[in-house]
Design a protein around this ligand. Structure first.
Ligand code: FO1
Length: 315
């Protein structure tokens, strides 16, 4: 079993690529829920949805979130009525949020709700929330502590970030499907998708059971750099790295993760960084990492899986 840690656009694309090269029993995706929030009475799980939509082939690739072929009748009506319009919900996307909220209200755990919705969308691989219980990313900024979507969407990441906090992570309850992956010998390798290290991957690693599992691992961890040529492929990762005093480069990212990652996959444009990462003692593969299309994601996934298998310590 290969386990991918994912969030956001890069996470969704990598997970979709991996799902094309691994069978349903060979891949599980653990997804960030730190950016979940309550909006207009609905439970939103943006990263779970990005991963599900991308794996199902229904994501809007250009926008980077939500579904392709959306209509926006709900949004224009809510705007007319004076409701909050800063977070845009397409009509088809809205159906998912309504259904999820309804099923959660009936007492189903988030993992089961995700499984049902994924199955209806045609997703055959396990997509698992990192926690059943709420974990909420809060951003310490020059303008005070902000809820994640307030920082990310409403304020467009403009306030300078000083740090991140994941409220609820210490007491987080991990889904049964995730607990099974933590049993020694079950996971052959972990892939850290090219997701934002602070707001997509750090919340997952803030859950104690997951952090301990990674620290005591007998399996290799391979990470795909979301930083290419000194900039994030999408999103604010490079800006945040600068604000936190880290170098926004593939090598800076390797220093950020340190011994948590055994093997790095970096883009051809970062060949010089690859040499620096290798000097720090990591295995490195240099390839095309920008997944602008399903075919490219699949090719990258093949490289990542072969690399992870080559590093497998327990055979
Ligand atoms: N991101 C935006 O920048 N603006 C939006 O209006 C917006 C709406 C939205 C609706 C549903 C959804 O699942 C995601 C949405 N996102 C939007 C993206 C999302 O908030 C962030 O990209 C992720 O939380 C970060 O990974």
């Amino acid at each position: 079993m290969i386990v991918a840690l994912a969030g956001g656009v890069g996470g969704g694309r990598m997970a979709a690529g991996l799902s094309r090269v691994l069978p349903p029993r060979g891949l599980a995706v653990i997804v960030n829920t730190g950016d979940d929030f309550e909006h207009l009475g609905l439970h939103l799980s943006p990263d779970l949805d990005s991963v599900l939509y991308t794996m199902a082939g229904v994501a809007d690739a250009r926008r980077g979130w939500g579904r392709a072929g959306e209509s926006w009748n709900f949004m224009s009506a809510i705007g007319e009525l004076g409701g909050a319009a800063w977070f845009r919900l397409g009509d088809r996307d809205l159906a998912l949020h309504v259904l999820r909220t309804h099923l959660l209200g009936r007492g189903l755990p988030l993992s089961e709700v995700t499984r049902r919705i994924g199955a209806r969308l045609g997703v055959r691989h396990a997509v698992l929330p990192m926690a059943e219980t709420p974990v909420r990313t809060r951003v310490r900024t020059a303008r005070g502590v902000l809820d994640f979507q307030d920082y990310f969407v409403r304020r467009q990441c403009r306030p300078r970030a000083r740090g991140f906090h994941f409220a609820g992570s210490r007491a987080a309850r991990v889904p049964r499907g995730v607990r099974r992956l933590l049993v020694p010998g079950r996971t052959r390798a972990v892939v850290i998708c090219p997701s934002n290290p602070y707001v997509s991957i750090a919340p997952i690693l803030s859950v104690p059971a997951l952090r301990d599992w990674m620290a005591r691992r007998a399996f290799p961890v391979v990470a795909v750099s979301p930083i290419v040529g000194g900039a994030a492929v999408k999103g604010p990762a490079a800006k945040i790295m600068r604000e936190l005093g880290e170098e926004p480069s593939a090598a800076g990212l390797a220093r950020h993760y340190g011994p948590l990652v055994d093997g790095w996959v970096v883009d051809r444009r970062d060949a010089a960084h690859a040499r620096a990462i290798a000097r720090e003692g990591h295995a490195v593969v240099v390839t095309d990492t920008v997944m602008d299309g399903a075919r490219k994601a699949e090719v990258l996934a093949r490289t990542v899986v072969a690399f992870a298998r080559s590093l497998t310590r327990s055979g």
